[in-house]
Design a protein around this ligand. Structure first.
Ligand SMILES: *Cc1c(COP(=O)(O)O)cnc(C)c1O
Length: 455
C-alpha cells in the first residue's frame, strides 16, 4: 500500500505549506458545489486517485486553524505527534468501549495524565475521553441530575424543578446540556459577572436562596476556568464553598482554559479547580490534540457509572475487572481510539513542553494586550488572564462585518463576540509559532479591513 506513504507525504507537505499560504480563503463557488453536491459514485476509484482529489479539492480550503495568524474562536493547530498517531489509531481501528486491548487500556493512562496535568484528584475510573467538552458536559450534568432524582426509572415526571447556575459568560454547551437533559431552559439561572467577567458569587448565593424559598431544588453550579469570551477564570474556591453549603454539585468548565494552571504565573487564579465534582476539559483546544478529543474527570467514579451503566447480555465481560468498560460511564458505545492522539501529544511534549506552550501563548496574548493599549485606535475590553484578548477598534463601531472582512483578506483570522451587550473583537492565541510580528499584522489587518467597509 504505497498510497499510505504518499498520504503521509501529502500530510507533511500540507503542514509545511500552511504558514506560507493564506490563513483562510473563501471557497469558490465551483469548489463548494463539488464539496457539497457530488453524486454517489456507482463504481469505486483507486486509492491513488483519491489522494489526487484530496490534494486538489480538499486540502486547499482549510478552516485556517493551522496557521500562526489564526486567532478565531478556540481552535488550535494540530500537534505533530497527534498527526503522526492518528493514522495508526485508524489502522488499528478498535472500539474503545472497553475490553482487553491497547486502545481501551491506554485510555486509562491518557485520562490519568490529563488529571495530573490539571492537578485534579484521580481515583481509578474517574474520567473518560469524549468527543469534546459539549459531550463531557452532558455526562457531568447527567451524573449530577441522577444523584438527586430517580430519573433513570421515572424520568423527571413528578420531580420538583431542579435549578442550575452558570455565569453570563458560561459556555452555551451548559445550557444546551440542561435543555437536552430535560431540565428546562427556564430553570437555568444566569448569574451576573463582575467587572473582570467573573461570576459574582454574592449574586450566585442570592439566586440559590431565592430558588430555595420558591420551593425549587438548586442542584448544580457550573463555573468556568477560562471563558471563551475573555478567558476569565471564575472565583472557584468561593463558588465551591457556596456549592458545598447548599449541597450542590460543583462543575468546572475548563474546556479551553484548564491547562492554564500549569503556568505558575497564573496558577493562583485556578485555586479551587481541584474541588470540583466534575471537570470538563478539551485536549483538542490548548493541548493541540487533533480533533476530536474532550475529557470529563470525576472526583467519584461511582457517579457516572451509576448514571450510565447498562450492560446488555451480549456485552457482558467477566474479565473487565472492577472498573468495567468505558461505555458504562457515558452514552457512547463504540468509541474511537482518541487515547493514542492524547498519549502521543503528551509523551512528545512532556509536562515541561506543555507548560512552555501555555506560557508562550499567554505571553503573546499579553503582548497583544500591550500593543492594543499602546494604540490610540484600539482599546482592551477585558483583562487578559489566559490567552484570549478581547478588544475594540475605536474608529469604527465593531459589528459582525469587521471580523468577516479581516478573514476575507486572508492574512489573519479573528472572530467577534458580545460582551456587556457590546460587540467586541476577540483573539485567542493557541499556536506555538505565533510571533509578535504576527500580532502587529493582526492589528494592521483590522485597520485595513475597516477601511474597506462602507461606513
Ligand atoms: C470549546 C468550549 C466548549 C465546548 O467544547 P466542544 O469541544 O466544542 O464541544 C465549552 N466550553 C468552553 C469554555 C469552550 O472553550
Amino acid at each position: 500500500m504505497d498510497e499510505l506513504l504518499d498520504a503521509a507525504r501529502l500530510a507533511a507537505a500540507h503542514l509545511s505549506a500552511v504558514p506560507g499560504g493564506p490563513v483562510w480563503r473563501p471557497v469558490p463557488g465551483e469548489a463548494a458545489a463539488w464539496l457539497t453536491g457530488q453524486p454517489l459514485p456507482e463504481r469505486g476509484a483507486p486509492l491513488g486517485d483519491l489522494l489526487g482529489v484530496i490534494r486538489d479539492r480538499v486540502l486547499p480550503y482549510p478552516m485556517g486553524n493551522g496557521h500562526p495568524r489564526f486567532f478565531g474562536w478556540v481552535n488550535s493547530p494540530p500537534s505533530p505527534a497527534g498527526v503522526l498517531a492518528a493514522p495508526l489509531a485508524a489502522a488499528m481501528n478498535p472500539s474503545c468501549a472497553g475490553g482487553e486491548h491497547a486502545g481501551a487500556l491506554l485510555e486509562r493512562t491518557a485520562v490519568r495524565w490529563l488529571a495530573e496535568l490539571t492537578g485534579f484528584p484521580h481515583p481509578p475510573g474517574g474520567g473518560l475521553l469524549t468527543s469534546g467538552a459539549s459531550m463531557a458536559t452532558v455526562i457531568a450534568l447527567a451524573t449530577a441530575r441522577h444523584r438527586v432524582t430517580g430519573v433513570r426509572e421515572n424520568g423527571l415526571y413528578g420531580e420538583r424543578p431542579l435549578t442550575l447556575y452558570l455565569s453570563a459568560e458560561g459556555h452555551s454547551c451548559l445550557r444546551k446540556a440542561a435543555e437536552l437533559l430535560g431540565l428546562g431552559g427556564r430553570y437555568v439561572r444566569t448569574v451576573p459577572v463582575d467587572a473582570a467577567f467573573r461570576m459574582d458569587v454574592a449574586a450566585l448565593r442570592r439566586h440559590i436562596e431565592d430558588d430555595l424559598r420558591a420551593g425549587l431544588r438548586p442542584f448544580l453550579v457550573a463555573a468556568s476556568a477560562g471563558t471563551v469570551g475573555t478567558g476569565a477564570v471564575d472565583p472557584l474556591t468561593e463558588i465551591a464553598s457556596a456549592a458545598r453549603e447548599h449541597g450542590l454539585w460543583f462543575h468546572v468548565d475548563g474546556a479551553y482554559g484548564a491547562l492554564g494552571v500549569l503556568d505558575e504565573d497564573v496558577r493562583p487564579v485556578y485555586r479551587g479547580m481541584d474541588l470540583a465534582d466534575s471537570l470538563a476539559l478539551d485536549p483538542h483546544k490548548w493541548l493541540g490534540v487533533p480533533v476530536d478529543c474532550g475529557c470529563v474527570l470525576f472526583r467519584d467514579p461511582a457517579g457516572p457509572r451509576d448514571a450510565f451503566s447498562l450492560v446488555p447480555p451480549y456485552l457482558r465481560d467477566d474479565g473487565a475487572g472492577e472498573l468495567g468498560w468505558f461505555s458504562e460511564y457515558g452514552p457512547e458505545q463504540t468509541r474511537p481510539f482518541r487515547a493514542l492522539r492524547v498519549w502521543a501529544t503528551v509523551a512528545h511534549l512532556g509536562r515541561d513542553g506543555i507548560t512552555r506552550l501555555v506560557r508562550h501563548t499567554r505571553e503573546r496574548a499579553a503582548d497583544l494586550a500591550a500593543m492594543v493599549e499602546a494604540s490610540a485606535d484600539f482599546a482592551l475590553a477585558a483583562p487578559v488572564v489566559t490567552s484570549v484578548v478581547a478588544f475594540r477598534y475605536l474608529p469604527r463601531p465593531v459589528d459582525g462585518a469587521l471580523p468577516a472582512a479581516v478573514q476575507r483578506r486572508g492574512r489573519a483570522f479573528l472572530t467577534g463576540t458580545v460582551l456587556d451587550g457590546r460587540e467586541t473583537l476577540r483573539a485567542c492565541v493557541l499556536h506555538p509559532d505565533t510571533t509578535r510580528d504576527d500580532l502587529a499584522v493582526l492589528l494592521d489587518e483590522i485597520r485595513a479591513a475597516a477601511r474597506e467597509l462602507p461606513t
